[in-house]
Design a protein around this ligand. Sequence first.
Ligand code: 5RP
Length: 208
Amino acid sequence: MKLQVALDVATLGDALTLARQTAEHVDILELGTPLIKAEGLRAITAIKAAHPDKLVFADMKTADAGELEADLAFTAGADLVTVMGTADDDTVKGAVAAGRKHGKDVVADMIAVVDNRVSRIREVSKFGVSFVEIHAGLDEQARPGYSIQALLDDGKQAGVPFSIAGGIKPDSIGSVQEAGATVAVAGGAIYSAADPGAAAKALRSRIR
Ligand SMILES: O=C(CO)[C@H](O)[C@H](O)COP(=O)(O)O
């Protein structure tokens, strides 16, 4: 299982610092959606230039104009780009077409898909995304009683390649791997730590 750090900070300077602190312990550097909105596509280019040996994941969360938005992110240097699983089928297919053109990967972000999630996961997988991200966003995580377990249950049931994002911590990353995820995405557990490099290393050490 790969480890992906979500660089969920608001400035390119902070993202470059966080990437430098964590890169040796992770496989994938993710530019969070707020970062891309704040700094633009140039942030993708800058992170890839600083870490050419890492996969760079642009969390575009595209909701429309899938081919155009994915093409922009791939042209800027992204290796993986997200499109919303809730988007129109043609938006997902358009992003996949851009991915094929660039020889890169498109990930369907299943955030806010709760009812019939397994069925939508299987549907978007047929459109050619490389994998789905089964995801509880920050707002969902903040609600009382939130548990990552529902994400893991759906991943096990879906029978297609998936990543998990939703507040992964050292005590839950083992269960993410046991569920069969190909990628574990961690944001807050790393960027909120006093020592983000040590936090990334601790997560990595729990992956067998
Ligand atoms: O895409 C995101 C929010 O929409 C986050 O990057 C993702 O949820 C990972 O961060 P965390 O581990 O803090 O949940």
